[in-house]
Every structure is written in C-alpha cells, then in structure tokens.
Design a protein around this ligand. Structure first.
Ligand SMILES: NC(=O)c1ccc[n+]([C@@H]2O[C@H](COP(=O)([O-])OP(=O)(O)OC[C@H]3O[C@@H](n4cnc5c(N)ncnc54)[C@H](OP(=O)(O)O)[C@@H]3O)[C@@H](O)[C@H]2O)c1
Length: 319
C-alpha cells in the first residue's frame, strides 16, 4: 500500500510504499481509509512532540479517520497509540474503537470536524456535570476546536457564551455562530484583562485550548472579578496552543471556588468516548456546525503538510 511516512521528526511525511499492516487480534480489522483529518495532534505526533509519542520511526501519522470495512460499511475510528496511523491506503483498526456511519454521511465534514468537535462535546458531556443555562467561556475560540466549542456549548444549552481569541476576523465571525460576547486577546493587555474579568464575572465553565502564558494571564483576570467567589467555576484544560506549562499560584485555588480538570485521551475512557461519537457524527453530517473541510489527495502530503492554510480550514487527506 502507499502511505504518508515519517522517517525523521524534522521533515514532513513523504508519500511512499509501506508494508500493509496486519490484524493480530480478533477485535482488529484491516480497512480501506477513505479520509483522515490533519489535526494539531497529528502534527505533534509526526514531529515527535505529542505526549503519547514513543519516538519510534518510521511511523505513519493519523490517529483517526473514516474507512470502509470488508462489508462495505463506513466507519469512523480512533486508533490506539500506534506507529501505523490513518494517513495510508489501509489501516488496522480496533472495531471496539470505531462506530459505523450511515452511508449518506458527509465524509469530509466528519473527518475534518470529529476531532475538534469531540474536544468540547466530550468535555461538557463526560468530564463535568454541565447544565443547560450555564455560562461558558471559550479560551482560544478562534481555532477549529474553539469555534466548535462555541457552537457545541450553545447547542448543548449554554445560557451565555463568551468567545476569547486573537484573530479578529475569526473572532467577529463567532458572533454569528453563537457567541454572545467576543473578547480579543490581541489588544492592550490591561484593557483585555479587565474586559475578560468583567465579562466572565459569573461564568460557570471555561473551556481552555491555550494554556501556557495565555492561561496564566486569563485565569487571574477571571478569578479576580468573580461576582460571588463561592460560585463554582470549572476550568477544563483541553489544548496547549499557547504553552505546555502554567505556573499556578496557590492563592488562585483558594481565592475562588475553582475546580481544574482536563479532558482528552486518558481522562475519558475509550468506551465513554466512543459512546458519544454516533450522535456527534450525525450532528456534523447534517450540517449543525460550520465546518471548512479541504479535501486533498494523500499523494500530495509532503507539499501540503507545512503549506499555509486559511484560518479555520482543516485539511482532509483522501488516499
Ligand atoms: N484534548 C482533546 O480532546 C483535544 C481534541 C482536539 C483538539 N485538542 C487541542 O486543542 C488545541 C486546538 O486545536 P484546534 O484543532 O482548534 O487547532 P487549530 O485549528 O490549529 O487552532 C489553533 C488556534 O490556536 C490559536 N493560538 C495559537 N497560539 C495562540 C496563543 N499563543 N494565544 C492565543 N491563541 C493562540 C490560534 O488562534 P488565532 O487564529 O486567533 O491566532 C489558532 O487558530 C490543540 O492544542 C489541540 O491539540 C485537544
């Protein structure tokens, strides 16, 4: 088969022949890949920096995708940690980590959006006791996952959604997608921190895609303006676009009723994660959420990997 093959963590994958993987257990099956999204996690696995990376080379990137099984059914799958990923003509999946999709599924949309959408969908439905009417702040709302979080929070019944991010055009567009207020992280920092604190005085949930310096700056701004310091605030860490670490002064945990949780691979069981997927795939496929999927032939993976893309677009490789 042909695949996108990483032979050095410094270089993009190249399209080349590779041994077809072989199922080794009765739960595994070899399927034909139909589409695989190029997500931030796929890039960080391919450059060796993702927290699940083992350093093994050569490897084929891609941890999710859509394929066609031997019965002709479409399946969305999430792979376990493996060096033989979905950016290939064929992949071995564990059937227990896959869901059968209807034949009329919008394949590029689901391949593009499941990962960024899953982040907030699973966080709100599996990691916390989210209740309709609660107020949600999305930190890093201008990325694909953040844009999905704004829409999903509203769809799941959020009473008020505050979108916080950098890119001004993307931020402005979020108003049309469900954000009640947008706050730019790009301007004067004192004004931004005050606006953030005032807007978030009664927020119940923060969905954080940034971490690092952006969270170090936003968390005290939010905590410092709490209208009622004893009102529970759940801060869900999902991504680390701004940085991998934060310094967390002990006072932040004492000064307000702050609960810090994470959501991602490991903090939600594969079974719970998979159970959420059919409903989410159906929402994506029927056009509930705005998605900008760009289908590209897998044979162009090397030149496409680092090529600039418009904000909000998600590349979907088609073998
Ligand atoms: N835990 C999970 O289940 C899960 C699932 C999906 C994604 N994620 C994580 O969530 C994060 C976002 O994923 P994505 O798919 O949305 O990525 P994406 O589409 O590439 O968007 C990333 C966005 O991050 C913003 N950004 C980068 N550095 C920033 C900084 N220093 N300050 C403020 N904004 C910054 C950029 O916003 P501007 O355009 O405004 O500059 C960019 O649009 C990634 O870390 C990803 O790994 C986690």
């Amino acid at each position: 088969m042909n695949a996108a093959v990483v032979r050095s963590f410094r270089d993009p994958p190249a399209y080349e022949p590779f041994d077809t993987p072989v199922p080794t257990t009765s739960d595994e099956m070899l399927i034909d890949v139909v589409a695989a999204g190029l997500h931030p996690r796929t890039r960080s696995s391919a450059n060796g920096t993702h927290y699940t990376s083992t350093g093994q080379l050569p490897m084929i990137p891609g941890f999710d995708g859509i394929g066609r099984d031997r019965d002709g059914q479409l399946r969305y799958f999430i792979l376990p940690d493996t060096p033989f990923g979905s950016m290939a003509e064929q992949v071995v999946i564990d059937s227990r980590r896959s869901v059968v999709l209807p034949a009329d599924t919008d394949v590029p949309a689901v391949a593009a959006a499941m990962n960024p959408a899953m982040a907030s969908w699973i966080a709100l439905r599996q990691r916390i006791a989210f209740e309709p009417g609660q107020r949600v702040l999305v930190l890093g709302a201008t990325g694909n996952a953040g844009q999905m979080a704004v829409q999903i929070a509203k769809h799941l019944g959020a009473g008020h959604v505050i979108a916080v991010g950098r890119n001004p055009e993307r931020l402005a567009a979020l108003t049309g997608l469900g954000a009640d207020i947008t706050i730019s992280l790009a301007g004067d920092s004192d004004l931004t921190d005050r606006a953030l604190g005032e807007a978030a005085a009664e927020v119940d949930v923060v969905i954080d895609y940034l971490w690092g310096p952006a969270t170090e700056r936003s968390m005290p701004a939010v905590l410092g303006h709490r209208a009622d310091k004893s009102q529970p605030l759940t801060w869900i860490e999902i991504g680390s676009q701004s940085g991998l670490q934060v310094t967390l002064p002990s006072a932040w945990l004492r000064a307000a009723r702050l609960q810090l949780v994470g959501s991602g691979q490991g903090s939600v069981s594969p079974r719970d994660m998979i159970s959420e997927l059919p409903a989410l795939a159906a929402e994506i496929s029927t056009g509930t959420y705005a998605i900008d999927a760009v289908s590209t032939s897998l044979s162009e993976v090397q030149e496409t990997w680092n090529a600039p893309i418009a904000p909000g677009q998600r590349i979907v490789f088609v073998p």
